[in-house]
Design a protein around this ligand. Structure first.
Ligand code: ZN
Ligand code: ZN
Ligand code: ZN
Length: 100
């Protein structure tokens, strides 16, 4: 990915987390939710929709946010992280990133 150009006027709206997330999809812990919309990212593994999901699928509502976009800031034990839905992250970008 090229250098990310974020809208500076939106940077202060990002909720940074010092603790980091637990990594569970669909977790609604405030440390794990999207830093823009504060909603859970991903679909929990026990969601019944996964039962009918194709393992070859690459893009649907279930797959799309399984891998959240993450940003890091700071260093050492002061490192903060923020997690985003793909669609939420795009609202922060100065230029629209064209998905390949
Ligand atoms: Zn969590
Ligand atoms: Zn979001
Ligand atoms: Zn899918």
């Amino acid at each position: 990915m090229n250098a990310i150009d974020l809208k500076s006027e939106l940077l202060h709206t990002i909720r940074w987390s010092l603790r980091g997330s637990c990594g569970e999809s669909g977790c609604d812990d405030p440390e794990c939710t999207c830093s823009v919309c504060a909603k859970p990212i991903g679909v929990p593994e026990d969601d019944p929709r996964w039962a009918t999901h194709s393992e070859y699928c690459e893009d649907c509502d279930l797959c799309r946010d399984q891998v959240p976009i993450m940003l890091f800031r700071g260093a050492g034990d002061q490192t903060k992280q923020a997690r985003f839905h793909t669609s939420c992250f795009e609202t922060l970008l100065t230029k629209k990133v064209v998905a390949s």
